[in-house]
Design a protein around this ligand. Structure first.
Ligand SMILES: Cc1cc2nc3c(=O)[nH]c(=O)nc-3n(C[C@H](O)[C@H](O)[C@H](O)COP(=O)(O)OP(=O)(O)OC[C@H]3O[C@@H](n4cnc5c(N)ncnc54)[C@H](O)[C@@H]3O)c2cc1C
Length: 454
């Protein structure tokens, strides 16, 4: 959608069609409003420090509809020995930029804290090849900080296994910090504080549409040319022709001709579509593994929850052997997610390390999530609202080798005139990156035709 929209910005008279396999737009983004709850089935917010999603919202007149996160509780919790504790203030995914909160946290032992503080004296790695997030983190911060803080935080972002995730592909900023400053702690001290902590900033570090992600999807769709969107139109074949591309739609077997094509499906669908054209390209796309997860959203009366819920959510380290990856306190994070006397909690289950749990039947998922919330937050009784959304093979995992693999994809694409790609399997899974990848693909199309797309 970002690609289609950008193309119409660049070439307002372009004839374009957006083929969508399902009966609705938005892919992973899907908001449900029911019984006074507003539930996100997939992404529930986006980061503003990567500019592309916010920029798009501004350009389409949507920025007034973006909510800031609740300024009273901008922190999260982590589980330790079955109890939940605040993540030390200033701990940014992989490194601390404040020492006081680290010294006082019960999450790390005295030895773990010492080892973390020693980070500034650990020499930089001389080898220039990629390494896993886990290896980088253990090497610089020590095993305990990795297991107790970094692993659950990364697990929460990528639903992934940091032992396999590539540092350079997922968190290049930290590799660069080591390279430039020789230490994460020194590097973090030298940079300005993020927008989140500067009071009075127009946007918080994360924002969400007040009426949910589907309202953003609708706002973008509303800016596309009428008749340009075809739902229930799964592209089944892509054929190169002398003039460009022939697109075949599965159900109708209808074919249409275009000068250029942007493939913005998930990687597996792109691999299938490109297999007859280029087996190397298809192989490279097929190599990208994906994790599955299920989100169980539970609504409770506020009085049913004994924990004060004075944060945005809780993440669970693997060594705690819990059956959930994380729980997000949706109605605390953003206004308007639950009726006044209720709370909405979204529980993430599965991911790369517990795929069997994501696939449990619905009743078992609901029980599992409710039991975990009982243990962790002291939730009593049955939820007054439930919702389950499943994401099968939906989260690309940027394993070691991903950068080389995406280079191979880019190289192979060069051999196919006017064929472009976008999506979360290339250069970032977050919404801003996905939007950026779509917009860049549209810009490449416009550049390839230099105004001749009529
Ligand atoms: C559970 C979950 C929570 C997340 N939370 C966040 C978050 O809070 N913040 C954030 O920034 N990011 C988040 N992400 C990541 C982000 O939402 C996704 O990476 C992003 O939305 C993916 O967008 P996409 O367009 O690449 O793919 P998709 O959303 O998967 O869209 C691909 C589309 O292609 C269609 N399609 C597939 N095959 C065909 C075909 N043959 N023909 C036509 N159409 C086809 C599909 O139906 C689909 O609509 C989350 C992801 C998941 C799974």
């Amino acid at each position: 959608m970002a690609a289609a929209h950008r193309l119409t910005e660049l070439e307002p008279t372009v004839r374009l069609t957006l083929f969508e396999a399902s009966d609705r737009l938005g892919g992973v983004l899907k908001t449900t409003s029911q019984d006074g709850f507003l539930v996100e089935g997939g992404a529930d917010n986006f980061i503003t420090t990567a500019p592309w999603a916010l920029d798009l919202c501004r350009r389409i007149g949507f920025s007034e509809q973006l909510l800031r996160t609740n300024p009273n509780f901008r922190h999260a919790f982590v589980v330790r020995r079955g109890r939940i504790h605040p993540i030390p203030d200033g701990f940014v995914v992989m490194a601390p930029n404040k020492i006081g909160p680290i010294l006082s946290t019960p999450i790390l032992s005295p030895l773990g804290k010492l080892r973390l503080a020693w980070e500034r004296f650990i020499p930089r790695r001389e080898e220039n090849d990629d390494e896993s997030l886990a290896s980088f983190c253990r090497r610089r911060l020590g095993r305990e900080t990795y297991e107790r803080l970094v692993q659950p935080l990364i697990g929460g972002i990528y639903t992934g296994d940091p032992e396999k995730l590539s540092l350079r592909a997922t968190m290049p900023r930290f590799a660069e910090m080591e390279r430039s400053h020789g230490s994460l702690i020194r590097a973090l001290r030298s940079v300005r504080k993020p927008a989140e902590s500067s009071s009075g900033a127009r946007y918080s570090m994360f924002v969400a549409p007040s009426d949910g992600m589907t309202s953003l999807v609708n706002a973008i769709a509303g800016r596309l040319p009428p008749e340009s969107v075809q739902r229930n139109a799964r592209v089944s074949e892509l054929t190169s022709t002398s003039k460009g591309w022939r697109v075949t739609i599965a159900e109708s077997e209808d074919t249409q001709e275009y000068d250029a094509v942007i493939l913005a499906t998930p990687a597996a669908a792109a691999a299938r579509l490109t297999a007859p054209l280029d087996s190397d390209l298809s192989d490279a796309l097929g190599k990208i593994e994906h994790a599955s997860c299920s989100i169980v959203s539970l609504g409770y009366r506020r009085a049913q929850v004994s924990h004060p819920l004075d944060g945005f959510g809780v993440v669970a380290p693997r060594i705690e052997k819990r059956r959930v990856l994380s729980a997000s306190f949706s109605s605390i994070k953003y206004a308007g997610r639950a009726p006044d006397d209720c709370v909405l909690i979204r529980v993430f289950v599965g991911g790369a390390c517990q795929p069997e749990l994501a696939a449990l039947p619905q009743d078992q998922l609901l029980n599992l999530a409710a039991e975990e919330l009982h243990d962790l937050l002291g939730v009593q009784g049955a939820p007054c609202f439930t919702h389950v959304s499943r994401h099968t093979a939906a989260m690309p995992q940027y394993y070691i080798g991903h950068i080389e693999n995406t280079r191979r994809i880019a190289d192979r694409l060069q051999r196919h005139s006017k064929l472009f790609m976008a999506g979360n399997f290339l250069d970032g899974v977050g919404l801003p990156n996905c939007i950026h990848s779509g917009e860049r693909a549209a810009e490449s199309v416009a550049a390839a035709f230099a105004g001749a797309l009529l």
